[in-house]
Design a protein around this ligand. Sequence first.
Ligand code: SF4
Length: 208
Amino acid sequence: MTVPSDALEAIAGEVKACTQCPLHRGRKNAVPGEGSGVSGIYFIGEGPGYHENEQGRPFVGSAGQLLTELLESIGLERRVVWITNVVRCRPPENRDPLPAEIEACDVYTKRQLTALAPKVIVTLGRHAMSRFLPGEAISRAHGQPRRSGGYVVFPMYHPAAALHQPSLRQQLFDDFRKLSDFLERTPATVAPPPKKEEPRPVTQPTLF
Ligand code: SF4
């Protein structure tokens, strides 16, 4: 797959200068996302934390270390997946992102999705899942691929949750194994790339 680095770099440049929601006021560095589209996997979490804000990179703190471990458990390196968040500037005191902030930042989510045309979107945590599967409960949906708009969405718990609840750690490893199995048995055509930026997907949850 050709990785559209020019498009991704252009989006990153706009994110770094973005003032479309109040979160820009407290940021040290915006965090557009990083990685590549070669695996066809697009990870999306909730928002930058302290370390991400310091470095301008996603998932570089302890939750990021666990994400790297989870990827390695199924034979993937970080550099072959795309990693971003539903908001790209750090919420104060690490609070949850507000719906209006997620909505404001969604233009970059849509544009990155259009540029990368992923085979599967892996949502990390309930805020990212709700963006694609509104009304769904993560306790019920995790580890199961669904369709949302033109995409396949694979919800998972956020790695940070597993740092606080050790019982979720094994669940995450189990769900990554399910993701690996799903990718092995799913042809690349299951999630055809959208022709252009799509409006916010109308969700039609369908269990595979
Ligand atoms: S969180 Fe997103 S919309 Fe808000 S200022 Fe940062 S880049 Fe812009």
